[in-house]
Ligand binder design. Structure first.
Ligand code: 2YP
Length: 260
């Protein structure tokens, strides 16, 4: 059994402090609980032994979505008890390939890999694939070409070799997305509150540059996300479409939905 680093105090506080928000959408209900939580990068890089870490006090764009998804996947009945019992196994199956922790390369580092795994194990569905004809061909090498940015790569040629294999196996795959110039301020009827939004990028060797949760305010589609500029979890001031327009590294969005 992998040792689990758990900031239990805050975890149980967040898990059990869910009040009946005006939404019955679990992803938004749990997502709203994180509003104001500080943005901190590299919270999973605690030491060189890969372990399941749940640090709900400090989140980045990806860990925020993972914690919210892990909470939302718990069975509905007897929510509080199940929530605590189910959170850990849910988080492990979300973050690790086939839910198995086997060193740093077993973590789903690229969102393409992370989304494929969720679809394969039946807890995510790719709604952009169903609704948008536009596609991108994957060409991934960012991690292996920037090993110094990843301490578990900088310290291990073996990890670089394994990550290179993963990049090779993913490259050439095609995924559907909405190009930024096709996303209106009020979104689309098929993009729902609580959907997971992956912002695609033109950064060479990378597929996605940011992750968040779809949140309509009136007719406007906004993003509930851990913002690296505002250094905390926020609902975007502007629309998702405006966020894309304002960042030339952003090219569009993938949309995946939790399936329980
Ligand atoms: C991921 O980066 C990391 C995972 O290793 C890490 O960098 C890569 C390819 N993967 O386990 C995970 C959690 O820390 O983060 C994310 C990163 O977004 C940051 C965290 C953010 O905007 O807050 C995911 O990949 C989601 O978008 C990209 C982005 N990485 C880079 O821009 C290099």
């Amino acid at each position: 059994m992998n040792k689990i680093l758990f900031s239990l105090l805050c975890t149980s506080a967040v898990l059990l402090s869910v009040s009946a928000q005006e939404t019955d959408n679990n992803m938004l209900k749990y997502g709203f609980q994180f509003l104001g939580t500080p943005y901190v990068a590299h919270t999973l890089e605690v030491n060189n032994k890969e372990q399941l870490i749940a640090n709900l006090r400090e989140v980045d764009c990806t860990t925020f979505v993972e914690y919210v998804l892990a909470m939302s996947l718990s069975p509905v009945q007897d929510r509080e008890a199940n929530l605590l019992a189910e959170f850990t196994p849910n988080l492990q199956k979300i973050r690790y390939r086939d839910g198995i922790i086997n060193g740093y390369p077993s973590r789903l580092h690229y969102i393409a890999d992370w989304a494929n795994n969720g679809v394969k194990h039946g807890f995510l569905e790719d709604v952009a694939a169903i609704n948008s004809p536009d596609t991108i061909v994957l060409s991934l090498n960012f991690m292996s070409s920037h090993p110094q940015s990843y301490k578990q790569l900088a310290s291990s040629p073996e990890n670089i070799r394994k990550i290179k294999e993963i990049e090779k196996s993913l490259s050439g795959q095609v995924f559907h997305y909405i190009p930024k110039d096709k996303l209106p301020d009020n979104g689309f009827p098929w993009i729902k509150d609580g959907d997971i939004i992956a912002i695609t990028t033109n950064i060479p060797g990378l597929d996605v540059a940011h992750l968040g949760i779809a949140c309509y305010e009136g007719k406007q589609l906004k993003l509930l996300h851990a913002s690296s500029t505002q250094k905390k979890v926020v609902i975007s001031q502007g629309t998702l479409a405006q966020m894309l327009k304002n960042n030339k590294k952003f090219t569009g969005v993938r949309v995946v939905r939790m399936k329980s």
